[in-house]
Design a protein around this ligand. Structure first.
Ligand code: TXA
Ligand code: MG
Length: 318
């Protein structure tokens, strides 16, 4: 067992917050059955009380403790993809706090694949409410250091499991209605999910349950970010440099010799996703007036990345 687990469990039982690594991003964990712990979670995150959080579980069998109805498709997806980067939205069990569900009749559940997360969940025994361990609206953390930078002393303990191997948040599938809906794309692709379900995933309902980023900018650096087509990145960066306001750049193409704050991202979606949030944080720290981001390819395996880039740049267009 990781030496910090007993202390982490003790803190959680005392209603304190423990950040832990998952395969997607770091989570800020609180005892999901304690209203006091959940209150602390909302205050620390700076998150509106109507915004639901995902309950993390050690094993798929625990679904029945949190959902009042577990449809066969949920059992199937859990069996196929858990532990892994997938969140299921199901009808909530009666005891589940409004602080978890944001007052909705559904609850989000996920069994994460990171060994340290599973150790923590197993030792804790119950469900852990865990949003990404950043302040509300900011870029999600993918290292323990990111968490400490964002939350400092507001978190009792940060379990350090290294850099998150997936890098962007779980896919969210809503199975609480007549047809399955994809509420948030993840690196587990629509194709893989539809193949496992044997039917297509619908878009979020128009009267959607609260989906991340639906209300405002989300996953955003503090520096304004602008998405630009691949063929325009270099020209735009050059123009800004010559105008005396050089931008920071995230692109899949190599930096031209004259560019200073330019991060070259990997060509493959897995590598790109893994490094995305660290790159955005890094570019944010360069204190430029603008971050230029090269648009991602339109292929389906880039869906989650395009979604996060669009949200990072939301509200900034010229
Ligand atoms: O990969 C992940 O899912 C990470 C790691 C830590 O597990 N967690 C994460 O949590 O991304 P968070 O809180 O940053 O985003 C979860 C989103 C919420 O913004 C919310 O919109 C959605 O999940 N969600 C949770 N419960 C829901 C529900 N009952 N109905 C609809 N959406 C829900
Ligand atoms: Mg988040």
């Amino acid at each position: 067992m990781h030496p910090d687990i007993p202390r982490a469990v003790e803190a959680l039982k005392a209603g304190l917050l423990v950040a832990f690594p998952t395969e997607t991003v770091y989570g800020l964990g609180a005892d999901a059955s304690s209203d006091a712990a959940l209150q602390r979670l909302y205050t620390t995150k700076g998150r509106p009380g109507t915004h639901p959080v995902i309950v993390h579980l050690a094993r798929a069998e625990m679904l029945r403790d949190w959902a009042r109805h577990v449809p066969p498709e949920a059992v199937h997806l859990a069996h196929r993809f858990w532990p892994g980067p997938l969140t299921l939205i199901l009808p909530r069990a009666h005891h589940v706090s409004d602080r978890v569900t944001g007052g909705q009749d559904t609850v989000g559940l996920r069994c994460p694949a990171h060994p340290l997360a599973l150790e923590l969940l197993t030792a804790f025994g119950g469900g852990l409410a865990a949003p990404s361990a950043n302040r509300f609206g900011h870029v999600s953390p993918t290292t323990a250091q990111h968490v400490r930078q964002d939350l400092g002393d507001d978190v009792a303990l940060v379990l350090d499991g290294g850099a998150c191997p997936v890098g962007v948040e779980s896919a969210i599938v809503d199975l609480s209605g007549d047809e399955p809906r994809l509420l948030r794309p993840g690196m587990l692709t629509r194709n893989q999910l539809e193949h496992a379900l044997g039917r297509p995933l619908a878009a979020p309902a128009p009267q959607a349950p609260r989906v991340p980023g639906a209300l405002e900018r989300h996953y955003s650096p503090r520096t304004p970010a602008l998405l630009v087509p691949p063929e325009a990145v270099e020209g735009e960066a050059r123009r800004l440099l010559e105008s005396g306001a050089p931008a920071a750049v995230l692109a899949r193409r190599p930096a031209p010799p004259w560019a200073a704050d330019w991060i070259q991202a990997p060509e493959d979606p897995e590598g790109y996703a893994r490094g995305l949030y660290a790159a955005l944080r890094d570019l944010d720290e360069r204190d430029r007036a603008l971050i230029l981001i090269e648009e991602a390819p339109s292929a389906p395996d880039w869906d989650a990345i395009r979604d996060r880039l669009r949200r990072a740049a939301q509200g900034f267009s010229r």
